[in-house]
Design a protein around this ligand. Structure first.
Ligand SMILES: Cc1ncc(COP(=O)(O)O)c(C=O)c1O
Length: 399
């Protein structure tokens, strides 16, 4: 069982006076940062804030810390160190990758996108239609938001080169079977690009075991700094055209990063691994088992919230009502504009979001007006039972 006191002790936000009493339920928008990340960022700015890799001790320490972050994160994700690269955000990363595929694919070839995705893993790919690439949409069930793997079968044929889909949507919350979908795509000769932004905060995945060719997530939602992280497996990374300076094209981890990286943030990303390793060590498990600890706690907290929301006639829960099938990113359509409800919750010291959260296509497909948006209540493993109670009591008054 998760030792919540230990967990919360790793996050300075929980002892910050200005946040005292506030229950934080907009984690899907960006999580609190853990202490090791903040410590590393501070150290970098104090001691190493210069061009890394220059021949002096401070620059060398900065460069070594950047390499450490990449190597240790890759280890956690079960991929090789040069298969992991950083970029400013997932949106910018998919944009760059789409430029690579723009050059890689030929007119008449096809890609598959979903309408469950955040726009980051949808729009850049759909624009390949301008080059004569056929774009096929794998559509969700309008009632449940479910993405049915059986429906993918009809879309796959020998012309499909890439299938883009989320590990978990940021409004539907249902966890998609990445390994199964990837196996289907591979059998048809297609690569897969998985948006893991909504999933990764609930346990860093074993990307190697999932088998996907690209896995993307955003460190600012996984207790880290504002960086996008890309896992691009060697077989694909080697054949895609270089998007960086011509002399960097042979180095896989530089190939899809056209801009100079944020050195301090890349270095500080090692702090996420420090945290996961400390969490695992405290509980006497391997780092790869930390996800299971987080999941158990999150599922237990989700149950009362989902049961409360399912019984409320004034809201429509998007995605599954069963906690085991989803991440704790729980969106509901409300009668009035969702932002008004979020604002009313703030009067009860509950932080939540009301928006379309860039999942405009998913909301439209489910008959929800994106301008009214959805109320999103999202938490992580550091959330307490008392905070969920505070949320439910506030919802009871506000809805
Ligand atoms: C599921 C999902 N994908 C992609 C993104 C975009 O990530 P970034 O802000 O790093 O561009 C978000 C951001 O909210 C998201 O929730």
């Amino acid at each position: 069982m998760l030792d919540l006191a230990f967990v919360r002790g790793q996050f300075p936000a929980f002892s910050e006076p200005s946040l005292d009493g506030w229950a934080f339920f907009e984690n899907a928008g960006g999580s609190y940062a853990c202490q090791p990340v903040i410590d590393r960022l501070t150290r970098f700015y104090h001691q190493r804030k210069m061009q890394p890799y220059a021949p002096n001790p401070a620059s060398e320490a900065g460069g070594a810390e950047m390499d450490e972050a990449r190597t240790r994160l890759a280890g956690l994700l079960n991929i090789a160190p040069d298969e992991l690269s950083f970029g400013p955000s997932t949106t910018q990363n998919t944009y760059v990758l789409a430029q690579a595929f723009r050059q890689f694919l030929s007119p008449g070839e096809a890609i598959i996108v979903t309408n469950q995705d955040h726009e980051a893993n949808s729009g850049p790919w759909r624009r390949l239609a301008d080059e004569g690439i056929e774009v096929r949409e794998w559509s969700i069930d309008p009632q449940t938001g479910h993405l049915d793997p059986d429906a993918l079968v009809a879309l796959l044929d020998e012309r499909v080169r890439l299938v883009c889909f989320p590990h978990c949507s940021n409004v539907v919350g249902e966890i998609n079977p990445v390994a199964e979908i990837t196996a289907m795509a591979h059998a048809a000769g297609a690569f897969t690009c998985v948006d893991g932004v909504s999933y990764a905060p609930h346990g860093f995945p074993d990307v190697g075991a999932l088998g996907c060719d690209i896995y993307l997530f955003s460190a600012y939602k996984t207790f880290g700094p504002h960086q996008g992280i890309m896992a691009i497996r060697r077989e694909l990374a080697e054949v895609l055209p270089n998007q960086a300076h011509f002399f960097n094209g042979d180095v896989l981890y530089k190939k899809f990063t056209p801009a100079g990286p944020d050195h301090a943030q890349v270095a500080a990303s090692a702090g996420m691994v420090d945290y996961i390793e400390a969490l695992a060590a405290h509980h006497g498990v391997a780092p790869s088992e930390a996800a299971g600890l987080m999941h158990g706690h999150e599922v237990a907290l989700m149950r009362p919230l989902l049961s409360f929301l399912s019984q409320r006639n004034s809201v429509r829960l998007l995605g599954p009502a069963e906690a085991e099938q989803r991440a704790p990113t729980v969106a509901v359509a409300t009668r009035g504009p969702a932002e008004d409800v979020a604002r009313a919750l703030a009067d009860h010291k509950v932080m939540a979001g009301g928006s379309h959260f860039y999942a405009v296509r998913a909301l439209r497909a489910m008959g929800v007006d994106p301008d009214r948006g959805v109320l999103r209540l999202s938490f992580t493993h550091y959330t307490s039972e008392a905070e969920v109670t505070q949320l439910i009591e506030a919802l009871d008054r506000v809805l």
